[in-house]
Ligand binder design. Sequence first.
Ligand SMILES: O=C(O)CCC(=O)C(=O)O
Length: 315
Amino acid sequence: MAPSRVSPSPETSSPTLLSPDQLNTYNTNGYLIIPNALPPSRVSTLLSETHHMLSSFSLTDHPMTKFSTGEKDSHVGDDYFLTSGDKIRFFFEEDAFSPTTGELTKPKHRAINKIGHYLHELSPPFRQATFAKLNREIARAVGFKDPRVLQSMIICKQPEIGGRVPPHQDSTFLYTNPPSAVGFWIALEDCTASNGCLSFAKGSHRRAPVRSRFVRKEGAGTGFEDVEGAQFPDGFVTEEKGREEAEEEYELGEVKAGTVVLIHGNLLHKSEKNLSGKSRFIYTFHCIEGENEYDGKNWLQPPEKGFSRLFEDKT
Ligand SMILES: O=C(O)CCC(=O)C(=O)O
């Protein structure tokens, strides 16, 4: 079956900064690369802010939580992580510690895997980068009615030790019923095959159901459980499942600093380890549809005032 477009909402007919070709590419491939979306001056401000955060955060009282993606059968789920939804917190690279002594083997600014998850409210430059007109236009163009920003992160992919992100779908981690997550991923440095750029299983958003979701486990910690609700967005035209996930082929997405990549929540994507001498800093935030069900099982729970409305004027 040929893939069809996301059904247009009344808002998609308004003028948008995305061309019809770009929208078609996103709807067909499940991702869209938008080069030069941010001017160099803005990228440089975001990078300076990142370096400032990395050099100034305190190790005193830090639980030294590592960001673990489950590759070694462990997934991050301690209190520091679970309560980070309305804070700016620092998670270490798994390989930043000596396997024998457990001591950090890198200076702290070279040891952090990611910073999260409330930069979009607490850091003025990242807030500006999130609630930018371009992002609102993109959200309208892809059919959001009331997009809510629910998390934001800086992923550092540090030189030599930057962790691999295994193939995944963002709606596994940010599940709504029906699924609605969309990632806005912004390169703050050039991303290449050697420093661990993203790669994408093109079109997989229309053939890969969201089968599992990342939840808070009863008692403590996090884990995965089967999705009982919808596995594709509402009204979404899907392809016959033609291949197993393991057979998916991934296309490299090498991009320059200042590029925005839009990622559909059902799209399988990944990034490899960074063994090179160059870091790969990016900023990403995710939106969900405000009216879709978001339950208390999700690892990330809303702050008291609820998830941030992308369409709210923050200026
Ligand atoms: O930046 C990366 O390496 C992975 C990011 C990613 O997969 C995501 O934000 O969903």
